[in-house]
Design a protein around this ligand. Structure first.
Ligand SMILES: Nc1ncnc2c1ncn2[C@@H]1O[C@H](COP(=O)(O)OP(=O)(O)OP(=O)(O)O)[C@@H](O)[C@H]1O
Ligand SMILES: [Mg+2]
Length: 287
């Protein structure tokens, strides 16, 4: 499968050549295929949001290139707006994204700027409300009368309506309860399936990343520590130590049982996987 996105030697410095100069990202390299989900993880301030803004052309890299469908996104700077339609970014703080006096106007804003016809916009809005389980009754409300979680959903709906090939979500689950969090993961998967899109999912929650990501990019202090599958990352003790990140709890239980000599599979990621493995052990002479 060909790469939808290639990121080469990407670096970004805030306030370059000023007393406030801050190196936010240094030499980031990865590729993303169509239909795949890439997680991005790393401690606060490591550069995740900066990377998301570089990817959709809100910021321009100090060094390096972003190649989307074979073309450098800054090849024609005048066309950068069209990149933002292809690489949709849902900001970390959705209240920064909402501005209209009704939810409907907010959701429609981006897609209207794309020049999509009115009746097509209505179809898209309904489709997205369906995917995200947004009741049509709130469309005439003010977005500022909604809860934080609902506002996040509206911001996400606005970006999904543009039907970007790459959907970037910057910590979309950070203020959600566990049920809403699971719903959101399913809704993102539904969007991906419907539009054969790719997703970049920024999160501090390793468990949720393990559930949806094909690969995870680990960043520490602006530098790329690793990019690999959740399995490989979670069982790499050296990397976990170096990054200061914690794998999901269940991984540590798997590791302990392995040390004790139990036959634990290498692809355990979730409590469900673990339960199946333990039941298999209990059912046979596996030790
Ligand atoms: N506008 C700015 N001007 C100067 N420095 C900035 C600016 N925005 C971010 N930074 C700095 O760049 C670094 C990376 O910030 P960024 O917001 O990308 O981190 P992050 O990984 O998204 O963190 P978090 O998990 O807290 O959201 C931080 O040290 C931050 O202080
Ligand atoms: Mg951030």
């Amino acid at each position: 499968m060909s790469n939808l996105l290639e990121v080469k030697n990407l670096s970004y410095i805030y306030g370059k050549n000023t007393p406030y100069e801050k190196i936010a990202l240094q030499d980031i390299n990865f590729t993303l295929e169509e239909g795949k989900i890439l997680g991005i993880v790393g401690h606060s301030g490591c550069g995740k949001s900066t990377l998301s803004k570089l990817l959709n052309g809100l910021l321009k890299a100090t060094n390096g290139d972003i190649i989307l469908e074979g073309i450098n996104i800054w090849e024609k700077p005048k066309n950068i707006k069209s990149i933002r339609f292809k690489v949709g970014l849902v900001f970390q703080y959705p209240e920064h994204q909402l501005f209209a006096d009704t939810v409907k106007k907010d959701i429609e804003f981006g897609v209207m700027n794309m020049g999509v016809e009115k009746n097509q916009i209505d179809i898209r809005v309904r489709k997205v409300c369906d995917i995200l389980n947004i009741p049509l009754s709130i469309l005439d409300k003010s977005p500022f009368s909604l809860s934080g979680g609902e506002q996040k959903k509206v911001a996400l709906a606005g970006v999904m309506c543009m039907q970007p090939k790459i959907l970037i979500l910057d910590e979309p689950t950070s203020s959600l309860d566990p049920l809403s969090r699971n719903n959101l993961l399913n809704q993102v998967m539904a969007y991906k399936e419907e539009f054969n899109a790719s997703v970049i999912f920024i999160s501090h929650n390793m468990q949720e990343l393990s559930l949806i990501c094909d690969n995870i990019l680990v960043i520490k202090e602006g530098k790329q520590l690793a990019i690999d599958t959740p399995q490989n990352l979670f069982f790499d003790d050296k990397l976990l130590n170096e990054s200061g990140l914690k794998a999901p709890e269940i991984i540590y239980i798997a590791k302990e049982l392995k040390k004790l000599g139990y036959r634990i599979k290498d692809d355990i990621l979730t409590v469900d996987d673990m339960c199946k493995n333990i039941l298999e052990l209990l059912g046979g002479d596996n030790k």
